[in-house]
Ligand binder design. Structure first.
Ligand code: IMP
Length: 444
């Protein structure tokens, strides 16, 4: 059985949750490997809608094993809130939800720092989700972090005190209120330690055993390639490795165990938070995309910035992730447009460039070079056969395949599972093997 990684090809919110939900029954387990409760997707289950931020949506599939890997930062309070909602909806996670004891605990101080720093940056604010993700990773990298396995440590107070000292100094320097007192945080940690205990384990050992038993794993990336700490639009990025490489360091599964990566690409581009976005639209088309695509953040409710598809970005993501198949999402959102544009290169200081420059100021100056294609002006929602799509929509898909250099194996034309084209003969079918037919059946 194959092991695959699902990654976002843009700035997040590409619709990874839906694709994971669709194909995960073909795997034995789903693994999150980076990020925290900054991520999010809405899940429809038993006539209810709720948002998942930490726990993979695979948990909704009976018997599916779900792992929160060591590369994540986990806010235990947020974890228990999600767990509570799942249990209310009749989902039983007992014995199949595991959390790495090496993942770092996101503490109330991290959110306090995140908010104070963003305030202090003023017009240069990153537009974070304010959840404390950056400060939690920073504590990890500076070796002052508290791992989930440390929550039950006899030295808890000393571990926390070492962190608090730095937090207090920084908050005072920023003119922010005093941090949550140590005793209060320590009390929370003790409570969390007890409730977390049944889920905590050496997940890298567990995953190794799954692989030895011939089980297959789906690694679910959060955010997108352009928000990757190393490869994204730094410093307007998140603080983890959201590209495919992160799946290995963030789970402890070796690169040799990975068989392929599927990239989720939205048919246009969105971004939340600040930072360069060459194809952003500030006009009626941008507003149309936001409304028709319901482009408002699942985690923060913020309106997303919208623009045309950018294949400079998508090619960058394909190179970084080794993407062998694309899932193209929200194609139907473009249905009403007279014409659609695709950015194929940037013009930068009189030259044409095919890859995003590392220099942020240069990326800000870059002007998109567009190819304009005719719109199809027909409803594509729920169209299940590629051949049944209007010719202009097929041409749009073919153009993307050519520009990005990757086959489109899935096309999503609506929020529901049934509204997805599943195309055989590509990497997706190869990865899913005999379970490919099952995915088609489940799709309905
Ligand atoms: P942080 O991850 O909260 O530190 O935010 C850093 C940047 O990543 C900001 O621009 C956020 O809007 C963005 N971001 C974080 N998580 C997501 C996500 O799940 N989807 C889209 N953008 C995200």
């Amino acid at each position: 059985m194959a092991n695959a990684i699902i990654v976002g090809m843009q700035w997040g919110d590409e619709g990874k949750g839906k694709i994971v939900d669709l194909i995960c029954p073909a795997f034995d387990g789903v693994v999150r490997y980076q990020g925290g409760h900054n991520a999010g997707h809405t899940v429809r289950f038993a006539d209810r809608h709720f948002s998942l931020h930490l726990i993979p949506s695979g948990i909704l599939h009976p018997g599916m094993r779900c792992v929160l890997g060591n590369g994540m930062v986990v806010a235990p309070g947020a974890f228990f809130t999600e767990l509570g909602r799942l249990e209310e909806a009749g989902v039983d996670p007992a014995g199949r939800l595991f959390v790495s004891n090496r993942a770092h605990a996101l503490l109330p101080w991290h959110a306090e720092l995140d908010q104070a720093r963003e305030g202090a940056r003023g017009p240069r604010a990153i537009g974070t989700t304010a959840r404390g993700i950056g400060p939690a990773y920073e504590a990890k990298a500076s070796r002052h972090g508290l791992r989930l396995g440390d929550l039950a440590s006899d030295d808890l107070e000393a571990l926390l005190a070492a962190q608090l000292e730095r937090v207090r100094t920084e908050l005072a320097g920023l003119g922010a209120p005093e941090p949550t007192p140590l005793a209060e945080v320590a009390g929370l940690c003790r409570e969390w330690a007890e409730r977390m205990a049944p889920f905590l384990t050496d997940t890298e050992v567990l995953l190794f055993e799954y692989l030895e038993e011939g089980r297959s794993l789906l690694f679910e990336g959060a955010q997108g390639a352009l928000l990757d700490l190393d490869h994204g639009t730094y410093p307007y990025v998140t603080s983890s490795s959201s590209t495919a490489g992160g799946a290995c360091t963030g789970s402890g599964v070796p690169p040799t165990a990975i068989d392929g990566a599927i990239g989720v690409l939205k048919a246009y581009t969105t971004r939340v938070g600040a930072g360069p976005f060459p194809t952003e639209l500030h006009d009626a088309t941008g507003e149309y995309l936001r409304k028709r695509g319901n482009e408002f953040g699942t985690t923060t409710g913020r309106p997303r910035r919208c623009g045309w598809l950018d294949t400079v970005v998508a090619r960058h993501a394909r190179r970084l992730n080794g993407t062998g198949a694309l899932a193209l999402t929200k194609l139907d959102v473009l249905d009403e447009l007279d014409e659609v544009r695709v950015c194929t290169a940037y013009e930068l200081d009189g030259r044409e460039v095919a890859a995003p420059p590392a220099d942020l100021a240069a990326l800000e100056r870059a002007r998109p070079v567009y190819r304009t294609l005719p719109g199809w002006k027909r409803d594509t929602s729920g169209v299940l056969e590629f051949e049944a799509l209007p010719a202009a929509a097929r041409d749009y898909v073919a153009f993307i395949e050519e520009e990005v250099g990757c086959r489109v194996d899935l096309i999503s034309t609506g929020p529901r599972r049934e509204e997805t084209q599943v195309r055989g003969g590509g990497l997706l079918e190869e990865l899913l093997g005999e379970r490919f037919a099952g995915v088609l059946e489940e799709r309905g």
